[in-house]
Design a protein around this ligand. Structure first.
Ligand SMILES: [Zn+2]
Length: 541
């Protein structure tokens, strides 16, 4: 043991290795980006030695549900995610990936993703196929690893735009081909966003057919299910049905029961998942630990308003007759449609970001307040705001109950995820009031739910953040501290770790995370970003 020399040596830490086993004390020697040796390494030498006395050393967190697809192009330091210990981000969620792109429908696609671009920023989409997109991602140096999913919505836009109908046999074949191409290129699976256009227009059988392709490549089906409020139970059943019919593992995204009249329904959804697993369906879920959700303001509109894409939506909002139809549908509901206003109420829907300077003062206010300020009713206030902002408004909705959050968190089927994209307290990604989960998800689970509320043991929480998502993704060389694994590591103080971001003041880094190491390189040191960008674009093989 005498002459061992490492690139990096972590000494004296308590290792929580990601399996769920109790911590143990050991040193970790890292060489060429990987964990080479774990044990007593008293006489070993290294270019750099970190003293982790009194600290927890765990695998880097794997964020099963992330939306940094666009962020990586604008700030590859991935500040808000790396600072909370996330070393691998799964992107392409909620049906929305940046590829494949069909030149014939590219305009519709660009207008659609514009809603998620920072103000005044432009994204140059130079690729068409998923392979070309991943090649582009590989050129970008970034702070963390990226694991891509292909979005069903993106595939549907490529083949049939924003049409509200079933695909023809030829169109379905074309979609299958695009999904197969994405899986060949290295996608980890396919995601859906079944409350968003155009995913909302698809029937179950279309998804089964596409998932059969995903299954053939050993990928997973990741779903923002068709409803998380009034239609939650049926939506969970649909996701499980798709898994069963297509023979594909299922991941239910950001699992929740939305709206007061639906609180408590997670008892039944968790039971449905457990029963499905007894039948051999690999269904699991992920969750962020907050009572509010976040989405785009246009998601409160009935599905028919989105037919034809963003320009068509804006045209309908301008038309008084169409606006009356929207008002009626929101008041009365439509079968199978997730109606946020009915589930949550206007007073629980807060504006999180706008793009124009003149409406900035509305950020952080709820729709009922804004209606009062503007002297109009809520629906007109919302429609007019969408028009003024060209559809680019995001919202935070208060809709969950703490009991459901804790119940889902305690389930062994739950893993932790942010449902956020990387932002920063500066630059183009520093605008608006993003959901505090963007900065605080993992430290909040470890501080509030492990240390303070004792909902989970530290070891179980770390398992849900590391080896469990790795297993679901089929990532065999990350998510555990074992010799031979890539050295993605977080070192934190279990007595101090906590989230600082709030709804009113979200751009705040958490406390208690001392070091974050990605592929053997230190990206966060003493709580500060080193500027090192060692992340890799991972491909499912
Ligand atoms: Zn979603």
């Amino acid at each position: 043991m005498s002459n061992m020399v490492f690139d990096l040596l972590i000494k004296n830490g308590k290792i929580v290795n990601g399996t769920g086993n109790p911590w143990f004390k050991a040193d970790i020697g890292i060489k060429n980006g990987k964990i080479e040796k774990i044990g007593r390494l008293d006489s070993a030498d290294a270019e750099k030695i970190l003293d982790a006395e009194g600290l927890i050393v765990s695998p880097g967190f794997i964020d099963m549900h992330n939306h940094s697809d666009i962020s990586v192009f604008f700030n590859p330091k991935l500040e808000s995610t790396i600072r909370q210990g996330i070393t691998t981000l799964v992107i392409g969620n909620c049906g929305s990936s940046l590829a494949p792109v069909n030149p014939a429908t590219k305009d519709l696609f660009m207008k659609h993703i514009e809603a998620f671009l920072p103000s005044d920023a432009e994204l140059e989409v130079t690729w068409n196929t998923f392979e070309e997109y991943l090649n582009k991602l590989e050129e970008i140096e970034m702070a963390a690893n990226i694991a891509p999913l292909v979005g069903h919505g993106t595939v549907r836009i490529a083949v049939m735009g924003f049409d509200d109908r079933e695909p023809t046999a030829e169109e379905l074949d074309e979609m299958k081909k695009l999904v197969a191409e994405a899986m060949e290129a290295g996608a980890f699976g396919m995601s859906t966003g079944l409350i968003y256009p155009p995913g909302v227009y698809s029937k179950t059988e279309e998804l089964v057919e596409l998932c059969k392709v995903v299954a053939k490549y050993g990928g997973i089906y990741v779903s923002h299910i068709r409803g998380e409020g009034g239609t939650l139970i049926e939506a969970v059943k649909e996701a499980i049905y798709i898994g069963e019919k297509a023979g594909v593992p299922v991941e239910i995204s950001h699992h929740k029961a939305a709206g007061k009249s639906n609180w408590g329904k997670t008892k039944e959804t968790l039971k449905l998942m457990e029963e499905a697993r007894k039948r051999g369906v690999d269904v699991t879920c992920d969750q962020y630990p907050y009572r509010a959700g976040m989405t785009s303001l246009s998601a409160v509109l009935p599905p028919w308003v989105h037919v034809g894409g963003v320009e068509e939506m804006l045209r309908r909002l301008r038309d008084p007759k169409e606006r009356e139809k929207i008002r009626r549908d929101i008041e009365q509901g439509l079968p199978g449609w997730e109606n946020f206003v009915a589930d949550c109420g206007w007073e629980n829907i807060y504006i999180s970001s706008v793009v124009t300077e003149k409406n900035k003062h509305l950020e952080g206010k709820n729709v009922a307040e804004i209606a009062k300020i503007k002297g109009k009713d809520e629906l007109d206030a919302v429609c007019d705001l969408l028009l003024e902002e060209d559809g680019r408004v995001t919202i935070v909705l208060f809709m969950m109950d703490e009991e459901d959050i804790v119940r889902v968190m305690k389930s062994p089927l739950q893993m932790v995820a942010t449902d956020a994209w990387a932002v920063a307290p500066y630059g183009v990604l520093g605008a608006g009031k993003p959901h505090p989960r963007f900065y605080g998800t993992y430290p909040r689970v470890l501080g509030r739910y492990v240390r303070e509320k004792k909902v989970l043991t530290l070891e179980e929480a770390v398992r849900k953040m590391t080896s469990f998502p790795a297993q679901k993704l089929g990532l065999k060389d990350r998510g555990l501290i074992l010799e031979g694994m890539w050295a993605d590591i977080v070192i934190f103080d279990p007595a101090k770790i906590i989230d600082k971001a709030t709804y009113q003041n979200p751009h705040q880094y958490p406390e208690g995370i001392e070091y974050v190491i990605v592929n053997g390189k230190i990206v966060v040191e003493n709580g500060e970003h080193t500027g090192v960008l060692p992340g890799k674009t991972l491909r499912h093989r």
